[in-house]
Design a binder for this molecule. Structure first.
Ligand code: DUC
Ligand code: ZN
Ligand code: ZN
Length: 487
């Protein structure tokens, strides 16, 4: 009788810390042993020439979520999670999004009702808080944090989502007191609407003006402000989807000053530019996301930020809206830039793109790749050490990667429910051949191997635990707010 359920032999294991050759033995969904001559498995996989990487954690994706303008994403939890699995992910953390007037608890129940019967890999939820009323701040949010929903996103822009600086302080100090992580969409709403109005009254309506209206200064100002608000109340803060060099610099400065500020960036800021929004006709709409892609120089700064301590997390911000009346063109075939649904897809290509252009081209090493695509998200969002590594006792979440597999991206090979990919025609080397989640082979031979609804909801620990090693530097002087007992 074999002692293990699964034995992966002959591969090279890479974690955020090490790269070593080892067999991986799996039993009851967990990693039981690492080493050589471990015994036998009911199933044995030859991973010669392959890399064994921790399953990807996509910690920022919008799946089966209504936007604030009531547009549903193209992916539900089935197509979204299948697509994620084919891209080497074993955990996704999408959002349970509150729209104004909604109870947070109801929003969470709805998200569970949508995900539970469909998700094929493991999942957790961040909250989106757009209406921090007394009952939300006083009861619902503390109770949800206590139940393991230990992170939430707030917006400083979008008419129906944005919160004021005062509300931001309420949310940050609550997060601080209850051990949660605040994630912020940092763009200055007034700057964007001021520029937008001027563009529209002058007849500048095409998709490319989306990037003009979402000026870099809108992002860097809001990022600096959010950092200062967090500093005022000694709270942790993670700035999501960073695109602008000055915003990246603000995060790095804060981190170098020892503040618990974290940064996330996404494929669209490494591989797309504002010129993509200027494609023929309405084609540019396919690239409209917020913040928008910038220019080549900004791409270089964002690349550097992946290895200089600015960014801890690399997520897709998968926000899938088809190029039709259900999505991008919901306001008609020729909408102004203001009416184009914001977002780009990227769940399935996030890791292969970064592997190919980052690891293979020498911009980051394999351990940095693992940290950015899995381990740091697990640590920051309270999933570690259950998720985010290949270690004895942890969940057996493993991507078996073929570092030489060259494929040209086309929408027809992807598994999401989209009708385009912004990365069409790009040749990418390095893809997962197999995805294993809690010991279950989810993807093999380019085929899904598991049932709908077989993913598990993962309850999380307080966010930010285990991330001490991610911050460095000398703490700034305390702000004194808490000395005065204003929390
Ligand atoms: N911007 C967001 O804030 N969320 C989803 C997609 C986007 O472009
Ligand atoms: Zn956002
Ligand atoms: Zn987003």
């Amino acid at each position: 009788m074999p002692e293990f359920d699964l034995l992966i032999k002959g591969g090279t294991v890479a974690t955020a810390a090490d790269t070593f050759s080892a067999d991986v033995a799996i039993k009851d969904g967990r990693i039981a042993a690492l080493g050589h001559d471990l015994g036998s498995g009911s199933r044995e996989i030859d991973a010669g020439g392959m890399l064994l990487l921790p399953g990807g954690i996509d910690a920022h994706c919008h799946i089966e979520q209504e936007s604030s303008t009531k547009i549903m994403t193209a992916d539900d939890f089935y197509s979204g999670s299948v697509s994620a699995a084919f891209g080497g992910n074993t955990t996704i953390v999408p959002f349970a999004a509150q729209h104004r007037g909604q109870s947070l608890r109801d929003v969470v129940d709805t998200a569970h009702g949508r995900a539970g019967p469909k998700c094929v890999i493991d999942y957790a939820f961040h909250l989106i808080v757009s209406d921090p009323t007394e009952s939300v701040l006083g009861q619902e949010l503390p109770a949800l944090i206590q139940s393991g929903y230990t992170s939430f996103k707030v917006y400083l822009t979008y008419e129906m989502l944005k919160i004021s600086d005062r509300q931001m302080l309420d949310v940050l100090s609550l997060a601080r007191n209850h051990g949660a992580m605040t994630m912020v969409h940092a763009e200055n709403d007034d700057v964007i609407s001021w520029i937008s109005e001027r563009l529209l009254t002058r007849g500048y309506t095409e998709p490319k003006f989306h990037a003009v209206s979402h000026a870099q200064i809108a992002e860097s100002e809001a990022s600096r402000r959010a950092i200062d608000l967090a500093r005022l109340v000694d709270a942790k803060l993670l700035i999501v989807h960073v695109s602008a060099p000055e915003a990246a610099q603000a995060i790095l400065n804060a981190r170098n000053n020892g503040l618990p500020i974290y940064g996330e960036t996404c494929p669209q800021y490494l591989f797309l530019t504002a010129e993509d929004l200027d494609r023929e006709g309405m084609e540019g709409a396919k690239f409209c996301c917020s913040p928008p892609p910038r220019d080549k120089a900004a791409q270089e700064v964002i690349w550097r930020g992946l290895t200089n301590g600015t960014f801890q997390v690399f997520s897709s911000d998968h926000a899938p809206y088809r190029f039709d009346a259900t999505g991008k063109l919901n306001a008609g075939p020729n909408p102004t830039f203001k009416k184009i649904a914001n977002g780009v897809p990227g769940l399935e290509v996030r890791m292969p793109l970064l592997f190919s252009e980052g690891v293979r081209k020498g911009r980051l090493n394999l351990n940095e790749f693992v940290a950015l695509t899995s381990t740091n998200a697990a640590k920051i969002y309270g999933l570690y050490p259950q998720k985010g590594s290949i270690a004895v006792g942890g969940d057996a979440d493993i991507g078996i990667w073929d570092p030489e597999w060259e494929r040209t991206i086309s929408q027809s090979m992807l598994h999401d429910n989209m009708d385009y990919t912004p990365y069409e025609g790009r040749t990418v080397t390095g893809w997962p051949r197999m995805t294993i989640n809690r010991g279950r082979v989810v993807v093999e031979d380019d085929t899904l191997q598991v049932d709908r609804g077989s993913g598990a909801f993962i309850e999380r620990e307080p966010a930010g635990d285990g991330t001490a090693a991610l911050t460095a530097g000398t703490p700034l002087a305390p702000t004194g707010v808490f000395g005065a007992d204003l929390a």
